[in-house]
Design a protein around this ligand. Structure first.
Ligand SMILES: [Zn+2]
Length: 109
């Protein structure tokens, strides 16, 4: 008997344009400061973290894979490229592709 893993029903899709707009509203124009939360370990990461730790090709990773995959003693090894999909947000590109992304981290007050 086969079991189907149902995706979370609260999954949202957002256009690339709106996603970028939201990020800028939350964190400012500098992409390096956009903060994302890993859905698996809850760790918060930014592109700046990836650059500081010399992770190669950080541009395609900082919103998609946990920094723990490359940096010791941080996060976990989660990636949205895996089989199990627990993300809540998908970005829809201009081409109509959907790209799973980590949720934005909430700002610490
Ligand atoms: Zn993680």
């Amino acid at each position: 008997m086969q079991h189907t893993i149902k995706p979370p029903t609260n999954r949202i899709q957002i256009s690339l344009e709106n996603w970028v707009k939201t990020a800028i509203e939350k964190f400012g124009e500098d992409k390096k400061n956009w903060k994302f939360k890993c859905p698996s370990c809850g760790g918060v990461q930014s592109l700046a973290d990836f650059i500081e730790n010399n992770v190669s090709e950080p541009d395609g990773k900082f919103y998609f894979s946990c920094i723990g995959r490359w940096v010791k003693d941080r996060g976990c090894d989660w990636t949205l490229g895996g089989l199990l999909q627990i993300h809540n947000t998908e970005v829809v590109t201009d081409d109509g592709d959907t790209v799973p992304v980590f949720d934005f981290a909430e700002l610490q007050v």
